[in-house]
Design a protein around this ligand. Structure first.
Ligand code: CO
Length: 501
């Protein structure tokens, strides 16, 4: 039997899906921009993005959308149902969209697209002066945006909420203060051990890129990434992107003289991709058909990269294969290799940092960007403020700006409030390890290559829910509590004791 009239909800979702099919093309444009796009395409590509953004904006602010949303909301769907959560996210998007004038949104897109290119040049030439005036404009636009979005205690909260719904700077500060305190203590233990000679051997050799690529593909297949629903390409800054449910792509990088760097990039992006692949495909185009927040996303990548990928069992299993791919590694024992990939020490570059110091890099960025957005730090003073804070936390000073505040693209592409989600991802990953460990013998599953049981747990507790729950509700359902840095601290302490004990 077919009903003759559709509910307002059905009509709404049908349109939302149609619009999503058009605007989601942005992911493919983004993938292209970062992999194969010629440099001179940038100006018109920016216009294409702007047109798609305007299209989405016009839809979501149209009278038709608003009236369908209101009518659907009055149809009375049960709390927690797929329908009511779709309506919740649509309402949220609508509120966020109408608060910020379209003109400001478009100015931000144009400004950041242009600045990304200038940032690349400034970084290559180590010339802050080239990009600081542009960054200043971006910070002003972001502050304007925060004012339109509104906030209770500080402007920064308005931006943070865009990446991590519901999270407040004050909560981040509390989480980070415990993490900072414990990390610095552990780092001091590591420094002492290193001074007394406890340092891993460096893995040297030439590792042909084509062989690395083959090994990465072998790893991906062994763990369960479906290469018929994705692909692996090479970029300087690795990333994962879902184009559609049947097409979740990852990129990695290869260094001829370093075999491990690329492996962990691939495992990281694979973690993101497995998450995207695990969301029910019949929800595609609906708000609940998206993965949860950035912190939850990062917990998935960090889980595979670190909790699994840097564990002794992982290399008990895969080191013989790695040696077969790269026979020069027969000179290095598995324990030597394991220590090398768990090496901990202060370093300048966030994306090359170890598990222990990584969070300090994030805490530094959080403190600075919070001050920039709250108007307590001028952009002109940023390079020096960075170096000073770095000295305080790590005990070393970046010799170039490229190794300092110019290293990451985030601020230059207008992503303020994004950084904390990386460290929250680590916090949640360690918490997941603790919960999963009650149901699954993780070490023996990894040792025997039974990744299905691990992936199965993640699918069951996290992936298959998409955005059916608010991010922190999802974390609570999966692990029984709010993000709690204590599990990460315990995990890091275990590692420090194992390798530097
Ligand atoms: Co990531």
């Amino acid at each position: 039997m077919e009903t003759l009239t559709k509910s307002a909800y059905e009509e709404l979702i049908e349109e939302v899906r149609r619009v999503h099919h058009i605007t989601s093309v942005r992911s493919l444009l983004g993938w292209d921009q970062r992999t194969h796009m010629p440099r001179k395409a940038v100006k018109f590509r920016a216009m294409q993005y702007a047109a798609l953004t305007e299209y989405a904006y016009n839809f979501i602010t149209s009278d038709r959308f608003v009236s369908l949303l209101e009518r659907a909301e009055s149809e009375g769907y049960a709390e927690g149902s797929r329908e009511s959560m779709n309506l919740y996210w649509l309402r949220r998007t609508y509120e966020k969209t109408v608060k910020v004038p379209l003109d400001l949104t478009l100015r931000l897109i144009r400004k950041t697209t242009e600045t990304e290119v200038i940032w690349r040049e400034a970084k290559a030439k180590d010339r802050p002066d080239l990009v600081l005036p542009h960054l200043k404009e971006i910070v002003e636009l972001e502050r304007e945006k925060a004012a339109y979005l509104g906030y209770e205690s500080e402007p920064y909260d308005a931006l943070l909420d865009g990446y991590e719904p519901g999270l407040k700077a004050e909560h981040v500060e509390r989480t980070f203060s415990l993490l900072k305190e414990e990390t610095v203590k552990l780092l001091n233990r590591v420094k002492e051990a290193r001074e007394s000679g406890r340092v891993p051997e460096t893995i040297r050799g030439r590792f042909p890129v084509e062989d690395q690529r083959r090994f990465h593909l072998f790893l991906l297949r062994s763990i369960g990434y479906d290469l018929e629903a994705g692909r692996l390409d090479e970029t300087t800054h690795p990333f994962a992107v879902r184009i559609t449910p049947g097409d979740v792509r990852i990129t990695t990088r290869y260094k001829e003289d370093d075999v491990t760097d690329g492996i962990f990039s691939t495992l990281h992006e694979m973690g993101h991709a497995l998450y995207e692949m695990g969301v029910p495909e019949e929800w595609f185009g609906e708000p609940v058909g998206s993965t949860s927040s950035l912190s939850v996303h990062e917990s998935q990548s960090r889980f595979w990269e670190n909790v699994i990928g840097r564990s002794p069992e992982f290399w008990e299993r895969f080191y013989p294969y790695l040696q077969a791919f790269f026979p020069s590694l027969y000179d290095v024992s598995v324990e030597g290799f394991l220590f090398a990939v768990n090496d901990m020490k202060p370093s300048f570059i966030r994306i090359e940092a170890d598990e222990l110091t990584y969070n300090l890099h994030i805490i530094l960025r959080f403190e600075l960007e919070r001050d920039l957005i709250n108007g307590r730090l001028n952009v002109e003073d940023l390079p020096e403020a960075w170096n000073q804070k770095f000295r305080e936390m790590f005990g070393i000073t970046p010799p170039t700006y490229r190794q300092g505040f110019l290293q990451d693209i985030h601020w230059f592409s207008g992503s303020f409030g994004y950084f904390p989600t990386y460290a929250f991802g680590n916090v949640i990953a360690a918490q997941i390890r603790n919960s999963m460990g009650k149901d699954v013998d993780i070490p023996s599953a990894v040792r025997s290559g039974d990744f299905g049981v691990i992936l199965g747990w993640l699918r069951e507790k996290i992936h298959r829910h998409g955005s059916l729950y608010r991010p922190m509700d999802l974390v609570r359902r999966a692990t029984g509590e709010d993000p709690n840095p204590a599990y990460l601290v315990d995990y890091l302490r275990e590692k420090v004791e194992r390798f530097y004990g």
